[in-house]
Design a protein around this ligand. Structure first.
Ligand SMILES: O=C(O)c1ccccc1N[C@@H]1O[C@H](COP(=O)(O)O)[C@@H](O)[C@H]1O
Length: 212
């Protein structure tokens, strides 16, 4: 089974190009003001224009309102909406309104957290299994936190899914071996500091994906 990768939180042409040239199937643009990776409309438009048709542009949001979604979709020419902390009913309304595929983030720390995935049946096109960030953390993702991947062993996934949370070029192989993920997502693990993507680490991550 082939594994593909989304490189998330890109904010410069150079690192975006490293992701595209390295073979990423998806690139992620963050639209959440508290994040060090958040994009202005102009920057999103500048980056979106560099993305070839075979690579999907994923917009990352935290319970967004319609105005933010409309601005971001228009500027970033988004193909997919990744929604964190967005209830199933609101996610369904966003899907109906935008017509775009929805990836619903489920924050995982314990096995019980996996029950939330079923609540997105009929709504989400994919579940993004992400690690739960610590209570009071500024961000619900993008903090390099990983969860116990063995929790996914034997789990009957109700929907297509991808794996994220604390992945990096070194732990990727073990993560995929334990979970069977065919799509993986990374942000902090290819940065030199929060919000600063590192082209060398992006290339190393995508090389590790190819080597699986
Ligand atoms: O990256 C962000 O700033 C961000 C902000 C708000 C919600 C999600 C965010 N990132 C997503 O978090 C996961 C895991 O990231 P990491 O590899 O552990 O740093 C990933 O899906 C990002 O898209």
């Amino acid at each position: 089974m082939t594994t593909t990768a989304k490189i998330c939180g890109l904010s410069t042409p150079e690192t975006l190009d490293a992701a595209i040239d390295g073979g990423a199937s998806h690139v992620g643009f963050v639209f959440f003001a508290p994040s060090p990776r958040t994009l202005s409309r102009d920057r999103a438009a500048q980056l979106a224009a560099r993305v070839p048709a075979h690579v999907q542009r994923v917009g990352v949001f935290v319970d967004p309102d319609d105005a933010l979604l409309d601005r971001a979709i228009a500027a970033g020419h988004l193909d997919v909406l990744q929604l964190h902390k967005t209830a199933p009913a609101r996610s369904a309304a966003i899907k109906a309104r935008t017509g775009l595929p929805i990836w619903s983030a489920v924050a995982v720390r314990t096995r019980a957290d996996l029950a939330e995935t079923a609540t997105y049946s009929g709504v989400a096109d994919r579940i993004l299994y992400d690690a739960k960030t610590p209570p009071g953390a500024a961000l619900p993702g993008g903090m390099g936190v990983r969860f116990d991947w063995s929790l996914l062993e034997g789990f009957r996934h109700p929907l297509p899914w991808l794996l994220s949370g604390g992945l990096d070029p070194v732990n990727l192989r073990e993560a995929v071996a334990m979970t069977g993920a065919t799509l993986v997502d990374v942000s902090s693990g290819v940065e030199s500091a929060p919000g600063i993507k590192d082209a060398t680490k992006i290339r190393a991550f995508l090389e590790a994906v190819r080597d699986i």
